[in-house]
Design a protein around this ligand. Structure first.
Ligand SMILES: Nc1ncnc2c1ncn2[C@@H]1O[C@H](COP(=O)(O)OP(=O)(O)OP(=O)(O)O)[C@@H](O)[C@H]1O
Length: 248
């Protein structure tokens, strides 16, 4: 599903959190959203999830209303009821088809999603008794279990160790390609974004200040300005750009 924002603005009262953003994302692509704290990344994602009143134009393919059942939105702070097991939490991701008695397809879909993110071991554990990173994996499985066309993930790797970060971002890229998803992911790790995203969007004070392929975005002028820090750009052994923050 193609997403398009034209002249998109979002206000909280008098505060303009997103300001005149033009942005598109296509099926099969991972678009990473970078930017300093408070720059409007989560607000942009919530607008695409159809959760906020906006000015300007938003399109999900040609639709002007969000197709909520096709959108898999993972917020930054996701509260699941702590007494539910990992499996039950993931099953809730299939609400689109879920009946009073879950169908074999729902049960199999939930189990497959848990395995897909490598969280099968948490199926019978209560979510309130999992670590932050384990919970994050289960909640990602919940989103995938809903078989969405659009993935909107707000910092899905913030609580994960580096091995799980790698696993989740690889999974995101593979699933996006394989299922033809349109995936927007807010990340704080600039290097992860440059490595795993097809395109990167950079927000600064509510505005979009850069969009492009990782190589186009990995420039000291763009990132230094957006994050208000001096940066150097090098290249890793696999040719990907690597950004290093320098002392102010
Ligand atoms: N519910 C709200 N009510 C009022 N202002 C809000 C609300 N949510 C966010 N804001 C403000 O809107 C601006 C953008 O916030 P947003 O959460 O989109 O930023 P962000 O880039 O996702 O930040 P972070 O990296 O810290 O998560 C900030 O100035 C924030 O204080």
């Amino acid at each position: 599903m193609r997403l398009r924002a034209s002249g998109l603005s979002v206000r909280y009262g008098t505060r303009r959190a997103v300001d005149g953003v033009d942005l598109e994302a296509a099926p099969g692509e991972v678009l990473a959203i970078l930017g300093a704290n408070g720059s409007g990344k989560s607000t942009l994602l919530r607008a695409f999830a159809g959760l906020l009143p906006c000015q300007g134009e938003l399109r999900w393919d040609e639709a002007t209303r969000p197709p909520v059942t096709r959108i898999g939105y993972l917020p930054q702070d996701n509260a699941a009821r702590p007494v539910l097991t990992g499996f039950e939490v993931v099953l809730l991701g299939r609400l689109r088809t879920l009946a009073l008695r879950p169908s074999p397809a729902d049960l199999a879909g939930a189990a497959a999603a848990l395995e897909e993110v490598g969280a099968g071991a948490f199926a019978t554990r209560r979510i309130g008794q999992l670590s932050g990173g384990q919970r994050q994996l289960v909640l990602l499985a919940q989103v995938l279990a809903g078989d969405p066309a659009v993935l909107l993930l707000d910092e899905p790797t913030s609580a994960l160790d580096i091995a799980h970060q790698l696993q989740v971002l690889q999974l995101l890229r593979d699933a996006t390609r394989r299922r033809g998803l349109t995936s927007l992911v807010v990340l704080h790790d600039i290097n992860a974004a440059l490595r795993f995203a097809d395109r990167v969007a950079v927000m600064q004070a509510g505005r979009l200040v850069g969009t492009g392929r990782p190589a186009d975005i990995a420039r000291p002028a763009v990132l230094g300005e957006a994050f208000n820090v001096r940066v150097a750009v090098d290249h890793g052994s696999d040719g990907h750009p690597v950004v290093l923050p320098l002392r102010a």
